[in-house]
Structure formats: C-alpha cells, structure tokens
Design a protein around this ligand. Structure first.
Ligand code: RIB
Ligand code: CA
Length: 313
C-alpha cells in the first residue's frame, strides 16, 4: 500500500520529537509533506526551532518546516515549561538547526496542500493545540471535505485532566480551536490521556532506546530522562507517557489501539471545566458520533515498533 501523505502539526516538546522521529523513520508508511509548528508547550519561536532540530537529528534536513500561529484563537497562550523545560526539548544537548524554515505560513501550507492533493488523500496529525488546524478550517471551509483523517493527540475522559482537573493540555490551550476541529465533519481519531498514560517509558524501555547505540537512541533516552519527572512526581507512574508518538504509531499499525466511535464535545463556556473533552463513551446522549476515541494500547507492541523504527535513523 502507498505511504499515507501526512502533515504533522506540532509544538515540540520531547514527546512530539519522538512522534516526528517515528514518522521520518517510516517512509514506507508515511510521506511527511510538511511539519507545521504551533505555539503550545513553549512559544512559537522555540517550537519552530525545535521541529527543525528534530528533523536534523533524524538526518532529514530537506523536510519542510513551517511556522504557524503564535497564540490561541481567543485566549492568552498557556505553555508547559514545567514539563518540557525552558527550551521545550530539555534533556539532550542538540545543535541549533541550520536547515531553513519555509517562507509560507503554516496555515496557508495546510490549505494549499489540501486543495492541491487529491481529495481524501492527506491525513492531518495534530500533536499540540489545534490553533493552526482551526484557523485553516475557518479561512477555507472547503478543505474539511478533502481531509482523509485527523489523527490527533488530545483530550481525556476516564483519565481526566493534566493541566486542570478537567482538561488535557492541547485542548485546554485553545478550546475554541478544538471546538471547530471536532465539528468540522472530517473523520477524527483521538489519542487522549486515557491511552497515552498506558504508553509509559519504563526503565527497561528507556534502556532499550539507549541500547540502540545511535545519536537518535541516546537523544530519545535523554529526552525521556528529563520529561518523565513531571509525570512520575504527579502520578507516581513508572515512566514518562509517550503521548504524541501514539499518533504516528497508529498510522503504522492501527491494530495496536482500540477505542469507540462516539460523540466528543469541547467545553468552551465554563471556567471550571474549560477545555474538557466531554466524551459520550457510554452513549447516554443522542449526540451524533464525531470521533474514534482511543482507550487502550498494546504497549509492548508499541515500544517494540518504536524502538525498531528509531534504530533506522
Ligand atoms: O497533554 C499532553 C500533550 O500536551 C502532548 O502533546 C504534549 O506534547 C503537550 O503538547
Ligand atoms: Ca505536543
């Protein structure tokens, strides 16, 4: 089968970095048409730089990286240096990028790509706040029908929130954008905390990254060593949750994941539950299903795939 054409929309972020490395290591599964940076974990000047750092770490300096929106649609930016460090990629010491940033704005790239490629052949992979995607949909409503699938990391239901008691970070940062995306009508697959918190980089799994014995393996192990401390302290978990790589792993082997096609709405009115993904997991409403909400993962299979693919770089 031909590789899926994808656009990765991202706010690197160590876990974004691993998701990007997995995609760039898997040309038989994914053709990365471009990487669009958005403000999120850290401000845009850092996310656009980090995206290029990761492409060069993968020895893929010809990857097209675009800079996108530097703030949510209607709110002040909330960042997550407390998790990812000041640079957003704390952990390894990686050189500043020398590859160029594309001149075109990320939103224009998303619109133009969806209008140029055949309908239903481009998958969007948002790994951060949905500001770029929502802005593209607002500016060019015609693209919604041309999207093959949106496979995003965001939200939470049984796992509840990680930035507030009710909300997961990506959705919380720009809930108005999330509302637009979840209402756009394109097929959506959601990787919420319910599943990403089951993809934990335990010490043996991080040892396996390090045992790859390459600069990529070492860098990923050092990224994990850094960003695991937040979750271990907060949840007492046995390692860092690899949120964003669940998105690109899904594109390689969807059988690693299970979920339900349900209705998911976004809270944008209440200060108390702002950014909550109200997932009708038990079908108690008659609201139409608009997303496949993933709840479980074959974690051993996920890490075996990830380690094997990272070793290619
Ligand atoms: O809540 C986890 C998500 O927020 C991940 O995508 C992480 O990179 C941050 O963007
Ligand atoms: Ca992210």
């Amino acid at each position: 089968m031909a590789p899926r054409k994808i656009i990765i929309d991202t706010d690197p972020g160590q876990d974004d970095a691993v998701a990007i490395l997995l995609a760039l290591a898997s040309p038989e599964d994914m053709d990365v048409l471009g990487i669009t940076a958005v403000a999120g974990n850290v401000p845009l000047p850092l996310t656009e730089k980090n995206a290029r750092i990761v492409c060069e770490l993968a020895s893929k300096p010809d990857t097209k990286v675009f800079s996108g929106c530097d703030a949510p649609l209607a709110r002040k930016l909330v960042t997550a240096e407390h998790v990812h460090g000041k640079t957003g990629l704390d952990g390894p010491t990686l050189p500043d990028p020398t590859m160029p940033l594309q001149d075109q704005h990320a939103v224009d790239f998303i619109i133009d790509t969806l209008r140029t490629e055949a309908p239903g052949t481009v998958t969007l992979c948002p790994l951060g706040p949905l500001t770029n995607i929502a802005t593209a949909l607002e500016r060019a409503p015609d693209i919604a029908d041309r999207i093959q699938e949106i496979v995003l990391m965001g939200g939470a239901y049984f796992e509840v929130g990680n930035i507030t008691p009710a909300a997961e970070f990506n959705i919380y940062v720009d809930p108005e954008a999330a509302k637009i995306v979840f209402a756009c009508g394109a097929p959506i697959t959601v990787m919420p905390l319910d599943v990403t918190h089951k993809a934990l980089v335990t010490p043996p799994r991080n040892d396996a990254f390090r045992a790859i014995g390459t600069p990529v393996g070492e860098a990923v192990a050092e990224m994990t060593d850094f960003f695991e401390r937040f979750d271990k302290e907060k949840y007492g978990s046995d390692g860092a949750p690899l949120h964003d790589p669940c998105v690109t792993a899904y594109l390689i082997n969807p059988d690693l994941f299970t979920g339900r096609h349900i209705n998911v709405e976004i809270e944008t009115a209440s200060d108390l539950t702002l950014g909550m993904t109200v997932a009708d997991w038990w079908g108690v409403t008659d609201r139409p299903a608009n997303a496949t909400f993933i709840g479980d993962i074959d974690a051993d299979g996920f890490f075996a795939l990830l380690t094997e693919r990272l070793a290619r770089l």
